[in-house]
Design a protein around this ligand. Sequence first.
Ligand code: G
Ligand code: MN
Length: 321
Amino acid sequence: MEAIGGRARIAAPVNSFGRDGAMFKALKGMLAGASEPIADDERDAAGKPRVTLARALKHGWLEVWYQPKVSLQTHHWVGAEALIRLRHPELGILGPGAFLPGASEADMLTLTETVIRTALRDWNDCAAVGMPGLHLAVNVPASAFVEIPIARIIREERPKSDKWPGLILEVTEDEIVHDLQMANEVANELRQQNCSLAIDDFGAGYSSLGRLRQLPFSELKIDRAYVMDCHLDKMKAGMLESIIELARRFGLKTVAEGIESSHESHKLQGLGVAVGQGFLFAKPMSKEDLLTRISATTGKRRVEQPRAWWQFGAVPTLRTG
Ligand code: G
Ligand code: MN
């Protein structure tokens, strides 16, 4: 794989930002709720819509939702993970399992770039309702670090406020261990923008512990498989102890994913995990719901700011005070 310097390979996502490009349509749809009718060839024999990422981009059906990450000690929100959802006119809200399998690499890159830009923009709204400390995270396939100028996009589109805590980019461990040099270069560029990498779904794949030490991550997200029933399963608790010890030694913050019960939450807290995410605390929610919930905690009212898609490129002004 080329190092990140290989920016000549910046392809589809940036070019597709043009008037007729996929990015243009994705953003237009996301921001304005635009929708084209579903064509007959987009249905199966029984007339049921066949949903794919390409069609979702074309129709503007994608939305960025957020799932809060909480301090296991205080249960206060400390961050939120951006998760893609598809709002289908006939089928309702769909998760990524329904439309990402089989997607082309170009469409995955368009999606990734759109989510990054959206999360950078959405932080301003979180800050405006009184939660500037909310650390947002996005999921990034390793290929995107080579194909998209992520550091440049962040530099250009990031909120200019000094309260901005940066963006966390979640990458799965097995994807990034293949190219350590690339990962380190990316991490250095990101650090200059106050951003960092997190290992996603840790424990779901396999990676040598020695390798982990060489990787420039600052957060380790423990896979749901280790979390489920960890208060009952001694084997799991033992493995969690090793993972947490490893993270401590390498200076990584631990985040447990998929916490569904208070038993699991207490067990993880006892083992030394600082941050948790899961249905126990909050399910993924639309940005509207996120802002409403933040507003209810901070007491800071939302000021509706309708924003048209063509204003997307502009740096939003930060409302303070
Ligand atoms: O791979 P990653 O951890 O980024 O995926 C997050 C996914 O896990 C999201 O699609 C989200 O809806 C789902 N999820 C989040 N919390 C829980 C949970 O507590 N239980 C279950 N079953 N799924 C969850
Ligand atoms: Mn993730």
